[in-house]
Design a protein around this ligand. Structure first.
Ligand code: C5P
Length: 234
């Protein structure tokens, strides 16, 4: 099931569609991630359009609210028929259970649901001094992942470097979706802890989320194919 997810971090539908037009003749339709910027800018219409074009969609909205609100919001999102969406594990087990309930359709089907454990932008200092959490970062990540599994979620978003600890805590079937991917010969941009697609595969990531190495490449299709070759091995 390994796959490459392209982070479509564009401000509007036009730029997104112009970018994805480049992949029209690709045999493998890219799995795409729609994040807050594009969703807040282009709404449900861009989700439906990408669905019509045959893309699988990870709707990355990171919900975090009281259980009842999350459940109702997830009910709305489940009608959009995306393939994957997410919440913050920091909302707790009851909130994650409510999210699953809201996402599950009458026929029992639902999109995959994954949780953000700790944002990779949260440093150990922030955890301790601002959030007043004295537990070491990796222990909080393992516990949040276990909470997500207990609530019935399918996996977590985490850095590839944390993937092994999540698999160890939650088992090999529990999915890890990992951003922070860079080619060995490229710059890291603002990402601190990066990994190549090939290394992410070795570590056991199930999906890699790749933005700028593909979206800002001179030849995005070639960059996508390189990611697929390194990570999926086709
Ligand atoms: O351009 P780049 O490959 O860095 O994009 C990575 C994508 O993954 C972005 O959409 C970013 O918001 C997302 N992401 C991340 N780190 C996380 C969670 C999501 O980089 N912890």
């Amino acid at each position: 099931m390994r796959d490459v997810i392209i982070a479509c971090d564009f401000p509007n539908a036009e730029e997104t569609l112009r970018f994805l037009d480049k992949f029209k003749d690709e045999e493998r339709k890219p799995f795409v991630k729609i994040g807050m910027e594009l969703y807040y800018g282009a709404g449900n219409e861009i989700v439906r359009e990408l669905k019509r074009r045959g893309h699988k969609i990870f709707l990355d909205l990171k919900l975090h609210d009281i259980p009842n609100t999350v459940k109702k919001a997830m009910r709305v999102l489940s009608a959009l028929d995306v393939d994957m969406t997410n919440v913050h594990a920091g909302g707790g087990v009851a909130m994650m259970r409510a999210a699953i309930e809201g996402l599950t359709r009458e026929d029992g089907s639902r999109p995959r649901l994954i949780a953000v454990t700790q944002l990779t932008s949260t440093s150990p200092e922030t955890l301790k001094n601002e959030l007043l959490i004295d537990t070491p970062m990796n222990d909080t990540i393992a516990r949040y992942a276990l909470n997500a599994r207990e609530a019935g979620l399918d996996g977590v978003v985490c850095s590839p470097l944390e993937g092994a600890l999540v698999k160890e805590a939650c088992g090999p079937e529990f999915m890890t979706v990992t951003p922070g991917i860079r080619f060995a010969d490229a710059k890291a941009d603002d990402q601190c802890r990066v990994t190549t697609p090939a290394r992410a595969r070795e570590i056991g990531s199930d999906y890699i989320v790749v933005g700028r190495p593909i979206t800002a490449a001179e030849d995005p299709v070639a960059a996508y194919r390189r990611c697929v070759a390194e990570f999926v091995g086709e």
